[in-house]
Design a protein around this ligand. Structure first.
Ligand code: ADP
Ligand code: DP6
Ligand code: CO
Length: 358
């Protein structure tokens, strides 16, 4: 091997927003959930992670920078992903640069990883999903890992549960699985990105501040202390998963909206039922819910669904472009950006085209 080379790969991965939420693990190390979940993957042009990974014989240890700041890779999640990928690395040859890396070399070579999220990190817009999906995808490319999306998705799951759904576009289901080794806890695509392209997604960034309770520790505390979580995971979610799959297949917006809003509200209810209680939404989030609920009731049939992940930011899904335009008008009227208490910015898009609303 020539000694001064650097080999680099860059990849981009979108985030995904759950409409039936994952909250709670049965295995912390393998990241196995206590219920199935369903999400929509957003267009990669917006709300995405870009990760560059490099290898060189001059690197002395594995290092990672997130949004320009060095972070530690010592956590189990990063180590689990790196170990799984190194075990599957294959020979890489770049004749032009005179580089030849054998399968065995990957055990000793070190990596440098630089990742950027073009949206708030750790603020409830699923940065861990886009982040770990992108980490695994870019490293798999660099290391010539010959595995399909399903296997890469299972590796990304060990970085962050929600990341397993970001390897697919469109509507995606993460099946919780039964096996102790996690072999059947996998993501599957329910419908591709062309399905239901009337839907328009508007993200209202209420706060880009980092949340106080990470999703990982929040869900651990919920599982340890909430009495409602078992009812949710065992009784409510299994029924909702069946209904949601049908609503997506039939393009049934009223059912889709009812299920999405109820599931978001129940997720935040189990957060409140946690001891000490976890508050992810704030007053502005609550006002957005009221605004949408009132409007949907006034119209007689839902025009918009809302969902909030583990943070105060609203993900609003309008049934079509007309409803999206009306929604944006309302939001701008009630929540003018940059006023004291209100929203910072809006991002509009759908599953195929996204534009910055400024
Ligand atoms: P979010 O709601 O944004 O997903 P989480 O609490 O689930 O918040 O996860 C945030 C954590 O995910 C960050 O502290 C970091 O450890 C990890 N993360 C975020 N972005 C990336 C990225 N691009 N690459 C790797 N890890 C990331
Ligand atoms: C509310 O996947 O971020 O966004 O697996 O511990 O990394 P870890 O948690 P994470 O949890 C996501 C929770 C959620 C709902 C969802 O995405 O399904
Ligand atoms: Co997350």
């Amino acid at each position: 091997m020539a000694e001064k080379w650097v080999l680099m790969v860059t990849a981009q991965t979108p985030t995904n927003i759950a409409v039936i939420k994952y909250w709670g693990k049965r295995d912390e190390n393998l990241i196995l959930p206590i219920n199935d979940s369903i999400s929509v993957t957003l267009d990669p042009q917006h709300l995405c992670t870009t990760t560059s990974v490099a290898v060189s014989p001059t690197f002395t240890h594995d290092r990672m920078w997130l949004n320009g700041k060095e972070i530690s890779l010592s956590g189990g999640r990063y180590q689990n992903c790196l170990r799984e990928l190194r075990a599957r690395a294959s020979d890489v040859e770049d004749e032009e640069k005179g580089i030849k890396i054998t399968k065995k070399d990957w055990e000793k070579l070190h990596l440098h990883i630089a990742s950027y999220n073009n949206f708030p990190t750790a603020a409830g817009l699923a940065s861990s999903a886009a982040g770990f999906a992108c980490l695994v995808f870019s490293l798999a490319k660099l290391m010539n890992v010959k595995e399909d999306h399903s296997k890469l998705s299972a590796i990304a799951r060990q970085g962050s549960g929600s990341a397993c759904r970001s390897l697919y576009g469109g509507f995606v289901k993460w099946i919780m699985g039964k096996e102790e080794n996690g072999s059947d806890s996998i993501a599957v695509q329910l419908a591709d990105e062309k399905h239901w392209d009337d839907l328009v997604i508007i993200i209202a960034v209420v706060s880009s501040r980092q949340k106080e309770t990470s999703s990982t520790s929040g869900m651990r505390e919920t599982v340890e202390t909430s009495m409602l979580i078992e009812h949710r995971a065992k009784e409510v979610v299994p029924r909702r998963i069946i209904q949601m799959e049908k609503a997506i297949k039939d393009l049934d917006f009223p059912s889709f909206a009812r299920l999405t809003c109820s599931d978001s509200n129940q997720f935040h209810a189990v957060c409140l039922d946690t001891s000490p209680p976890i508050f992810y939404m704030n007053d502005t989030s609550h006002r957005i819910i009221s605004c949408v609920e009132k409007w949907n009731r006034f119209e007689g049939t839902p025009q918009v669904a809302y969902t909030f992940d583990a943070g105060p930011n609203a993900v609003l899904i309008a049934r079509n472009r007309k409803a999206a335009a009306l929604l944006l008008q309302r939001l701008l009227f009630y929540f003018p950006p940059q006023s004291d208490t209100d929203l910072n910015s809006y991002v509009i898009g759908d599953k195929s085209i996204l534009q910055d609303a400024g």
